[in-house]
Design a protein around this ligand. Structure first.
Ligand SMILES: [Zn+2]
Ligand SMILES: [Zn+2]
Length: 80
């Protein structure tokens, strides 16, 4: 896979990982590592935030959104 951001700029760089938020490939220059808060919980209890964070690989755009506190990790699965 190639880095999406580099590709849009006319460069050709191999991606080292993919953004966990949007799935685009990002090269070493463009990857951002963010500590993302974990949420735990499930039926019948509402999700609660853990004090732990986990490093996640993101593209610069997703990294910005997380920095602004607008992005929520995808933990929507529910028990029955
Ligand atoms: Zn790149
Ligand atoms: Zn992304």
């Amino acid at each position: 896979m190639k880095c999406y951001i580099c590709a849009t700029g006319g460069r050709d760089a191999d991606a080292v990982t993919t953004c966990i938020a949007c799935g685009m490939g990002v090269c070493m220059d463009h990857v951002r590592r963010e500590e993302v808060e974990l949420a735990e919980g499930g039926y019948p209890f509402p999700p609660r935030k853990l004090s732990k964070t986990l490093p996640r690989m993101l593209c610069p755009r997703a990294s910005k959104r997380i920095g602004a506190g607008r992005w929520v990790p995808q933990r929507l699965e529910r028990g029955r």
